[in-house]
Design a binder for this molecule. Structure first.
Ligand SMILES: N[C@@H](CCC(=O)N[C@@H](CS)C(=O)NCC(=O)O)C(=O)O
Length: 216
């Protein structure tokens, strides 16, 4: 069998579309011949630099996105619920500490990235709970199976320059990057996974393939 190809997923837990792509790729990592690399990243810096507004902040676009997200969540079978105060949760509070925590997880114990990311999404995008306070992050860590010692150690790392510098920026969320013949190929959006499968030469079986070991 050919060596598994590396598929990198750049995501932010503030992004609902990232959650959809994350769950679909977590399902497919056991079906396709790929090696999934989860890459915590932030969108905010890019928005600031380019002066772009989050699409949801434009009223008509925002209205459309709310409907789109609900339909996509049902189709992807992800228990996503729109938070009551979208502006407060997404824009004002954001996800920087949570994403720094995930970056520290990636540096120290990357096997916890998948469950920890999922727990953070469950908080912000399913149960409308906070993800900015240390106690919120520690609660998610406990549910993801991290020991309290490890979680404390990671929490202490989030202000370190190593973590801050390692947190990647992506131009849109979710972004998937693969390398074909040494050339990076970038796919933007949870709606580009079918195209990704075609480029990889793998079968697209919809967002909920019969996975041998589904986590969600
Ligand atoms: N069509 C895409 C939409 C993804 C999307 O709107 N992502 C937002 C974050 S949740 C984003 O990256 N916006 C930045 C931009 O569009 O420039 C999908 O289905 O995933």
């Amino acid at each position: 069998m050919a060596a598994a190809r590396r598929v990198q997923l750049f995501y932010d837990v503030v992004s609902p579309y990232s959650w959809l792509a994350f769950e679909a790729l977590c399902r497919y990592q056991h079906i396709w011949n790929v090696d999934l690399h989860l890459r915590p990243a932030v969108l905010g810096g890019i928005m600031k630099e380019t002066g772009n507004q989050a699409p949801a902040m434009l009223p008509k676009r925002g209205e459309y996105m709310m409907k789109d997200i609900k339909r996509m969540a049902k189709y992807y079978q992800v228990p996503l619920q729109i938070p009551k105060d979208f502006f407060e949760s997404m824009v004002k509070k954001g996800s920087l500490s949570a994403m720094r925590f995930l970056t520290a997880v990636d540096m120290i114990q990357p096997q916890f990235l998948e469950p920890m990311s999922r727990e953070l999404w469950m908080r912000i995008w399913s149960r409308d709970e906070d993800i900015t306070q240390p106690d919120s992050i520690l609660d998610a860590a406990r549910k993801a199976g991290l020991s309290s010692e490890l979680a404390q150690q990671l929490l202490e790392m989030i202000l370190s320059p190593e973590v801050k510098n390692r947190l990647k920026e992506a131009f849109g969320m979710p972004t998937v990057v693969i390398h074909l013949n040494g050339e990076p190929q970038l796919f933007f959006g949870s709606d580009r996974l079918e195209l990704l499968s075609s480029v990889l030469g793998e079968k697209w079986l919809g967002p909920v393939p019969a996975s041998p070991n589904p986590k969600l």
